[in-house]
Structures are given as structure tokens and as C-alpha cells.
Design a protein around this ligand. Sequence first.
Ligand SMILES: NC(=O)c1ccc[n+]([C@@H]2O[C@H](COP(=O)([O-])OP(=O)(O)OC[C@H]3O[C@@H](n4cnc5c(N)ncnc54)[C@H](OP(=O)(O)O)[C@@H]3O)[C@@H](O)[C@H]2O)c1
Length: 360
Amino acid sequence: MTEISEFIVRKDNLAEGRVETREAPPLKDGEVLAKVDRFALTANNVTYGVVGERIGYWKFFPLEKDGDGIIPVWGFADVIESKHPDVSVGERLYGYFPMASHLVMAPAKVKEKRLFDGAAHRADLPPVYNAYARVKAEAGYDKEMDDDRMVLYPLYATSYCLYDFMKDKGWFGAEQIIIPSASSKTAIGCAYAIAGDAAAPKLIGLTSSRNKKAVERLKLYKQVLAYGDLEKIDASVPSVIIDMSGNGEVLGSLHKHLGENMKYTSNVGLTHYDANEMGPDFIRERSEMFFAPGHIQKRTQEWGPGAFEKQAFQFWKDAAVKSRDWLIIRRENDADAVKRAWNAVYEGKTRPDTAWVVGF
Ligand SMILES: NC(=O)c1ccc[n+]([C@@H]2O[C@H](COP(=O)([O-])OP(=O)(O)OC[C@H]3O[C@@H](n4cnc5c(N)ncnc54)[C@H](OP(=O)(O)O)[C@@H]3O)[C@@H](O)[C@H]2O)c1
């Protein structure tokens, strides 16, 4: 009998995490048991927990005990048992998994390179999260890039969505782009996309003083400023903000400083999840939440299935190769490592040039 280990948090106190084990249930016809090989942990996963109730992230891997939740992660898994006619043992999948050792899945819409988890409780959730790549069928699949893919693909694909969205909107008429939490990987992905477009506006990165040097070393931002120096930003030119921080104080000060020249703010992230109260200076009417799966769905309707994802995949791959110049992947395997990595990411103690890849 297979034992499943799960890292469980309290939904109202993400700092409180514990590992529990249980027996894997017997598979029903049409189900498979996937062994989660390993998965990435970055601030993005903390955000899944912070907005879990509002956006529905707790619904992917529900637990019986009230108030308990499993944080979703991006990773790879191998099918070790199968009662599905088209999915064999040995199949390797990339996609959205629980912080756990195994997942029982109900493969649906099985195509050569992709399948969906058709579990009933996932039916109403965004398709981007329910889709799994059957990586062995992918042309040019390179196992050597698995770690890069689990860390960077979900983030850089979002960066590409943001670039595509902003470009489509003519950058809201802005002459400069400001990115708070510029040291985050999603921000760095945006910076790669913008660096590749000579027609894009000038890019300014805002970060904490402890991370300023690391951001400067990337040489992707025209200007890098610490949060305390945001008044040095030229307020006389129209500006857009792509915000990864969710920091109410930073955004309020920035909006006040830019005034009418704050043309648009895209609220993407919440890396500063404990400072997420927007004050009176925050300009709500020109600020909007950004949800990458929503943008992908929009492009799928406009361009047809797979067309946008193909572009985003190519972008991710190119940018991931460049990121090898600075990104350190910290790879550890066991229940303690999972807990340690979660605590380090949750408490913001992971250096910006480092990402965790862990597993049970
Ligand atoms: N809307 C969407 O569709 C979407 C999709 C993907 C990602 N995102 C969001 O984008 C954000 C960035 O994600 P990521 O995975 O790229 O982040 P990451 O690389 O793990 O970001 C690390 C950076 O976040 C800041 N940070 C992290 N923890 C912190 C803490 N506890 N206190 C203060 N600052 C902290 C620091 O940046 P600074 O010092 O520079 O502030 C740190 O260098 C997340 O909120 C994520 O959810 C949104």
C-alpha cells in the first residue's frame, strides 16, 4: 500500500504547516496515481495561500478538516499506477500539483501531448491549472530543464502575458514602466521581455535596499531604486506600474508622487502580503487586478487554441536559458526540506537569486 505525505497549512495562518501521512485510496476505474517527483516554491505559492479563499486556490486539492489547506505548486510527477486505458505507468507529467508526495488524478481529454485532471471538484477551475503536459511526447523535451521549468515557466509565462497585455494597450501611453518588487522572478521575466523590445518604454525597478545590488547586477532595468527613494522617479512623464509587491504604502506613495501621470497600475502580485492595505493615495480607478490564466483564455479565444501558449513557451525557454547566469536552484528532498523551504519562502528569507525545488 502506498503512503501519501502532504504538507498541510492552516488557511488562516500559513506559517503553521505540518506534514501528515495517509494511505493512498484504491484507484477507481479511469484514475491514475502520480508520484510527485519534485516541485518549486517561490513567493507565488505564498500568494496562492494568501488569496486562496478569494480566488479559489484551496479548491484544487481539498481536505476534509475545516480550515486546513494544501498549497498548489508547479512540478513534475510520474504515473506509478494506472486504471486509465490511455495513460500508462511511466508517464511523466508537468503541471499543478499539491505540496504532497502523490496525487490521485482522473485523466480526461487525453491528447498526445496534454491531458486534463477531470476530477469533479476541479471542473469549474481555470483550465490552465487543470492541464498537464505529457512531457515525453514533447518535441525537444529536455529533462535537464525540469527544474528551470517548474521554477520559471509559471512566472515567465505570466511575465509574457503582462508584456503582451501592456503592449496590446499601447502601454497606456506611458513613457516609463515601474515595477515594484523588481527582484521577484515574475518581475525579472517582464524585464527580459521588455529588454527584447526596443519600442517598449524605459524600465525602472523598485526593490528593498537589501535586494538592490542583486537587481542592479541583472542589468535589465534602466534604473533601480530602493523603496525609500521612489521620489527620485521622474513624475513629469506618463507612467505605468506593473506591481508584484501588493504593498499599500509603496503603491500609495508612488500614486501620489506620479499623480495624473499614473496612467495605469496592474496589480499582479502580493509578495509583501503582510502590508497589503491600500490607503487613500492609491488610485483605484486606474488600477486593475491581473490574472494570467484569464489573459491566456482571452488569447485562446482570439488566436485559437495553443497559439499564445506556443509564444509564451518559447519566451520562457529563451529567458530560462539566460537566467542560468544568475539563478541558483536549491534542490532538497524530504519532508523536513519541504517544511524548511516553505518557512524560508513564507518569511521572505530566500535570496532573490535563489529558488527552491523540493520533494518528499
Ligand atoms: N496575477 C498572476 O496571474 C500572477 C502569476 C504569477 C505570479 N504572480 C505573483 O507575482 C509575485 C511574484 O512571484 P515570484 O514567485 O516571481 O516571486 P519571488 O521570485 O519568490 O520573489 C521574491 C521577492 O519577493 C519579495 N518578497 C518575498 N517574500 C517577501 C516577504 N515575506 N516580505 C517582503 N518581501 C518579500 C522580495 O522582493 P523585493 O525585495 O524586490 O520587494 C523577494 O526578493 C507573487 O505575488 C505572485 O503571486 C501573479
